[in-house]
Structure formats: structure tokens, C-alpha cells
Write a protein that binds this ligand. Structure first.
Ligand code: AMO
Length: 428
């Protein structure tokens, strides 16, 4: 007999005698009957063990919570049972016993603090509402992937152990690479651009990015998942259009797959396009009007982004960032050299994505390196790709954990990373 998932019992897909397996979430013992709440990744079912049934093979009272068992029995629809599904057990087999007590309860209504939860992440992830975050993230990513495939992007995989910094030298993790000095990559930026010179018209990558940022905040991880694209013969406006459509596709996928699992997701509105845009200069005016002054050429603080974000319902772009705050690869605006053809996608006060048209002229690129105090010689492998025919190009990098966090209205980015890496956490 094949095994059923618990959701199949509820939907009526499996009926009669069934076999299910999962974790013992709870056991309630009454005089003549024991109830086991059995959980698999699709839900919970009540397993009813009549004391008179005798020859089940095990004593339910001796099974520790969170042990893995399999149950064979009759599936009956039961509107009285909390789970809506009842299995009258004929046979129970304990596959693997859990130790007791549990270091973290799986069903406790009072949530433990985040550090205790992360220390015991394997148990924390068994909680359905925590598990659903990652199913939602997967659906979100699937919607973005599907969209990019439809737009003829090629998925690529670039090295994570590299010789040069892309997003500023200070935030690099150094690693020993045999007799050479190496770093963990901060972004696939240089490689995705090289691939444009290699004749890939459109590329995307979903992979880890490492930032040795020392600050411990609810928005930063030291290893995060970067969703990157790069497109040839394109500018920042093309990249923004691709981004808003990718985000919409991701949200659509998440909503249609998760509606019944996460109540909150049904409340997320599918955004209408195009997303509103505001220039950096206009943001300074907004800040000025609310008595917060910012000098042109500096980055916004979280408090300033909150004031700017208050003017928008949801997603919006901040465009035309000053060249002082954008990396060397960002294209200078042809009319005004103090600004760049760049953008950030914001949701309220949170930055989700950075992107830009890139410099494609190798002479200008060398100048940009020098202006930023960098030595072009350290980037020869990158510069070479610009010297033998590089098309104009543009792209963006999106933080997957941040997007999931804002969509699910979670307060800490660690909630959206399975095994977060932060300033003090390297285990599990
Ligand atoms: P940037 O450095 O702005 O741009 O990063 C892009 C996006 O990645 C996410 N992100 C982070 N998420 C969690 N923790 C962090 N420490 C962290 N740092 C960044 C954010 C951010 O918007 N090469 C460019 C992209 C490009 O122009 O294509 C880059 O990496 O959501």
C-alpha cells in the first residue's frame, strides 16, 4: 500500500485503509482511548487508538513527542477532531524515537526568543508557520525564475571564491586559497558583466553573496541570497521594467501557491505597474520639508528612508543616485556628471534591490576606478572584457531574504534565512 500525505486524507484523495508517516506532535491519553496528533509537511491528523484494540504493536503512552512513526488505519472524516481528519489506527510502527525533553517545543504557543530558536533550528523549522516561510520563499523564487526564463535569461553560476572586491573593499571576508589571498564574493557583479562581453545576451544568477559588515541589524545578514540579472544593449530603464515585472511574477506565484497555507499571503496585494519613481534630489527635498537635512552625495539613513517611504503605498524606485555613493561600475548620467543612471527598489523604508546601467567604455571605467581610489591593475581580468567589444548593459541585484521578509511582514531578516549567518552566528 502506498503512503498518503495528510492533506490527501483531508481532501478525500486517499480514503479507506491508509498508511501515513510523520512526527508525533502530541499525545492525549483518555480512559478508553489515546489520541496522537500526527504531523507531516502537509498538516496534522488525529490518530485514534482505542484501548480495546489491543494488538497495535506499541503503547502510545511510551512514545515520546516528535518521534517518527508510521500509522496504518481507517481514514474517517471527523468534524469534531481539530484537524478535521481522523485515522482509526490498526497498526503503529515507531521508526525513530525522539529524545525527551525537547530542547525547543514545537507546539508551544509562546514563541521562544530568536537565539534559542536558531540554536535549535531543526526543531524550529518543524513548526508549520515557520516551515511555510520557506515554502513561500521557494514559490516567490519560482515565480521570478519562471519570468526570467520567459524573457530568455540564461541561468549562470559564477565563482564565489574570487580575487577582487566589487562592492567596496572594507566588507570582504578573506580566505586562504593555497598560496594566494582570496575573498568570498560580495556579488556576482564583475562576472555577470564579463558574460555580457562573452555574448550572453541576458543572464541571471541566484546564489550566495558574502558581506563582512560588522553591524548586527534586523536587515543585514553576512551571507545572503542574491538574485542578479544583467542584460546587453539595455539601460537602467530597461532594467527597472524587468525588475518590477519579475517582482510581480514572484508575488503572483507565491499568492497562488500559498493562499491556503499562510493567511497573510492572501492579503498581499499584487502590485500594479509601473512602480512609482522618485529621484534622489526629490528625496532630499522631501527630507528638507520634514526638517531632516541631507547634503547631496551622502547615503540615506534608515530614519530618512522611513520619511521618504511614508510617501508611498508599497514598492517605489529611488533613481539618479549621486556618483559618490554608487560603485565604480555605475554609468554616469550624460547630462549631469554628478548623478548616475542608477536605482534602488524600495519597499517603505527597506531597500530590496540596487541596479544601474553600467559603464561600458574601458577608458571611462579606468577613470572611475581611480576616482574611487582603486587600482585598475587589480581588475585586469575584468577590464580586459571591456577592451575587445563590450555592449552597453544594465542589471540589478535583489536580496531574496529581504523581499521575503517584507512580503510576509516579518520583523527580522533571520526569519527568512534557513541557517542565518550574522556577526556572531556560524552554527548551525
Ligand atoms: P547591493 O550591494 O545594493 O548591490 O546589494 C543588492 C541587494 O542585496 C541585498 N543585500 C543584503 N541583504 C541582506 N544582508 C546584507 N548584508 C545585504 N547586502 C545587500 C539588498 C540589496 O538591495 N552589485 C550590486 C547589484 C547590481 O547593481 O546589480 C549589489 O550587490 O536587498
Amino acid at each position: 500500500m502506498e503512503y498518503s500525505y495528510i492533506s490527501d486524507l483531508r481532501s478525500g484523495k486517499s480514503s479507506g485503509t491508509v498508511k501515513v508517516r510523520g512526527w508525533v506532535q502530541d499525545i492525549r491519553r483518555l480512559k478508553n482511548v489515546d489520541f496522537i496528533i500526527l504531523r507531516d509537511h502537509t498538516g496534522t491528523a488525529q490518530v485514534t487508538v482505542k484501548k480495546s484494540s489491543g494488538s497495535l504493536g506499541v503503547d502510545p503512552g511510551a512514545i515520546n513527542r516528535e518521534s517518527v512513526i508510521e500509522v496504518e488505519g481507517e481514514n474517517v472524516q471527523n468534524s469534531i477532531s481539530k484537524t478535521g481528519t481522523e485515522i482509526l489506527a490498526n497498526r503503529i510502527n515507531v521508526i525513530n524515537t525522539s529524545m525527551a525533553p525537547l530542547p525547543l517545543p514545537v507546539t508551544d504557543p509562546v514563541e521562544a526568543d530568536i537565539e534559542t530558536r536558531l540554536n535549535n533550528r531543526f526543531l524550529d523549522l518543524r513548526k508549520p508557520h515557520i516551515h511555510h516561510i520557506f515554502e513561500a520563499e521557494s514559490e516567490l523564487m519560482w515565480g521570478i525564475r519562471k519570468f526570467l526564463h520567459g524573457e530568455k535569461f540564461v541561468e549562470v553560476h559564477t565563482p564565489k571564491v574570487v580575487a577582487a572586491a566589487t562592492e567596496g573593499g572594507a566588507d570582504l571576508f578573506g580566505v586562504k586559497y593555497f598560496e594566494m589571498e582570496a575573498y568570498l564574493n560580495q556579488s556576482p557583479q564583475l562576472y555577470k558583466e564579463i558574460l555580457i562581453s562573452s555574448g550572453f545576451n541576458r543572464v541571471f544568477e541566484v546564489g550566495p553573496a558574502f558581506r563582512a559588515e560588522k553591524h548586527n541589524t534586523v536587515r543585514h545578514l553576512n551571507e545572503f541570497t542574491s538574485v542578479d540579472i544583467e542584460m546587453a544593449f539595455s539601460d537602467h530603464n530597461d532594467a527597472m521594467s524587468m525588475l518590477e515585472r519579475a517582482v510581480k511574477s514572484g508575488i503572483g506565484s507565491m499568492k497562488s501557491a500559498m493562499d491556503d497555507r499562510v493567511e497573510l499571503i492572501s492579503k498581499i496585494e499584487t502590485p500594479s505597474l509601473p512602480f512609482p519613481r522618485i529621484t534622489y534630489r526629490k528625496c532630499i527635498d522631501v527630507l528638507h520639508d520634514s526638517n531632516e537635512d541631507l547634503e547631496f552625495g551622502l547615503d540615506f539613513t534608515p530614519e530618512q528612508l522611513k520619511i521618504i517611504g511614508d510617501g508611498f503605498e508599497g514598492f517605489y524606485f529611488i533613481t539618479e543616485w549621486p556618483s559618490t555613493v554608487r560603485p565604480f561600475y555605475t554609468m554616469i548620467n550624460q547630462q549631469d556628471e554628478s548623478i548616475t543612471n542608477s536605482f534602488d527598489l524600495q519597499y517603505k523604508d527597506k531597500e530590496i534591490t540596487s541596479g544601474a546601467q553600467r559603464v561600458h567604455d574601458p577608458v571611462l571605467l579606468e577613470k572611475r576606478f581611480r576616482n574611487k581610489g582603486l587600482n585598475p591593475k587589480d581588475f585586469e581580468f575584468y577590464l580586459n572584457a571591456f577592451r575587445f567589444g563590450m555592449p552597453p548593459h544594465a542589471g540589478w541585484g535583489l536580496g531574496l531574504e529581504r523581499l521575503t521578509m517584507i512580503l510576509l511582514d516579518l520583523k527580522n531578516i533571520r526569519e527568512t534565512s534557513l541557517f542565518p549567518r550574522d556577526r556572531t552566528r556560524l552554527v548551525p
